[in-house]
Design a protein around this ligand. Structure first.
Ligand code: ATP
Length: 354
């Protein structure tokens, strides 16, 4: 039996996460997927109940979970200079290193490009994001007022595990093309190591075609012809930028789901923030959170060889495609009039037993 944590997060998280869980449970019931669902406090509610945005009870219980779904955290509104009011350091604590972000266009939703179906993998534990990497000292410093210096870290372990996850995902797809994005001619050692680990692993995945593209060229190619790409893997900072560009190609934040995976656990989390401007009105688009939940089931299916989880994820995907194609139950940002709950209900109603 799978054990799945449910962390609502803040603001619209309280509205969109329940829709995602509703869809996951409905799909699970159709295929007989056994799961225990455990709601845990995080963010503002965690602080109110336990004095911390990532309470000990939540951390300890998550250790026993196969995976969890987590809503956005409204950290921008948290009091400053108080270490108990911080963005919960959940990725770091659970070593969730691969941020997996699919970018997919739908024929009847407005987007810059059609026929886009890309999965991005962004490394999230090293690279250039010094503020989140350093446990002591600082990743950047200013020796005098004229100079600022920042660091970038790439390890063989970090590059290898991200590359392996990218090959594994590429292997499950139709095109089976993995594009490693870097800038080795300039960053010979750091980007070089990232690329080397991909080249080494290629031998273990002869069914996957490995290409390499420099990051500046990739930024242009994505705008001009994104249909040529299948799976894209890259380092932390490059990925931060390219995944937003990717979301922009197909309609923006409301359509950007995500999963952050480690070796043995994964967290479903949409790209969008907690959107306090529209919270509490039942108008937020639940697409990204529902599809993030779908990604968690897909990942659990693959990692735990759990066929019913794979089948449940497929059910959600097909039902969502139907709801979008019919256009009757879309939220305002997608050009419809449905509420958050109505769109979630429509996805459940569109589900079919395989
Ligand atoms: P953060 O810094 O917390 O990541 P952000 O600056 O990225 O937040 P969001 O909270 O994602 O900002 O909101 C950006 C805009 O997108 C807001 O106008 C918000 O209402 C809108 N938005 C975000 N998510 C959704 C959603 N699920 N449905 C509809 N609109 C959304």
């Amino acid at each position: 039996m799978l054990k799945i944590g449910v962390l609502l997060g803040d603001d619209i998280g309280l509205e969109v996460v329940p829709e995602a869980v509703k869809c996951m449970k409905a799909a699970a019931a159709l295929v007989g997927m056994q799961a225990e669902w455990i709601e845990l406090p995080i963010g503002k509610k965690g602080h109110e109940a336990h004095g911390n945005t990532l309470p000990t009870i939540t951390q300890e219980t998550l250790k026993t979970c196969d995976g969890w779904i987590c809503g956005p955290i409204g950290h921008n509104a948290y009091p400053r200079n108080d270490p108990t009011w911080v963005m919960p350091p959940i990725r770091k604590k659970f070593e969730l290193y691969a941020n997996i972000k699919p970018v997919k266009s739908y024929p009847n939703l407005p987007s810059i490009h059609k026929d886009v179906d890309i999965v991005f993998l962004r490394e999230t534990t090293e690279g250039m994001m010094s503020s989140t990497l350093v446990v002591a000292g600082a990743g950047e410093f200013r020796p005098n007022d004229e100079i600022s210096i920042g660091m970038r870290v790439v390890t063989r372990k970090g590059a290898n595990r991200l590359a392996r996850e990218a090959f594994e995902i590429a292997r499950t797809r139709k095109k089976k093309i993995l594009t490693c994005v870097h800038k080795e001619p300039v960053y010979r050692l750091v980007c070089g190591m990232f690329a080397e680990e991909h080249r080494k692993l290629q031998k273990e995945y002869p069914d996957v075609t490995l290409n390499e593209v420099l990051v500046d060229g990739m930024a242009m190619k994505l705008v001009m012809k994104p249909q040529q790409f299948d799976v894209i893997s890259t380092t932390n900072q490059f990925g931060d930028i390219l995944t937003d560009e990717g979301a922009g190609l197909v309609g923006g934040l409301g359509l950007a789901p995500g999963l952050v995976a480690g070796d043995t656990q994964a967290m479903a989390q949409a790209t969008h923030g907690s959107a306090p401007d529209i919270a509490g009105q039942n108008i937020a688009n639940p697409y990204a959170m529902i599809m993030s939940g779908k990604m968690l089931l897909e990942w659990l299916g693959r990692k735990r060889q759990n066929e019913s989880a794979t089948a449940a994820s497929k059910i959600i995907e097909v039902a969502m495609e139907k709801v979008i194609a019919e256009k009757f139950h879309l939220t305002g940002d997608l050009g419809g009039k449905a509420s958050t709950t109505e769109m979630g209900d429509a996805v459940v109603a569109a589900m079919k037993k395989p």
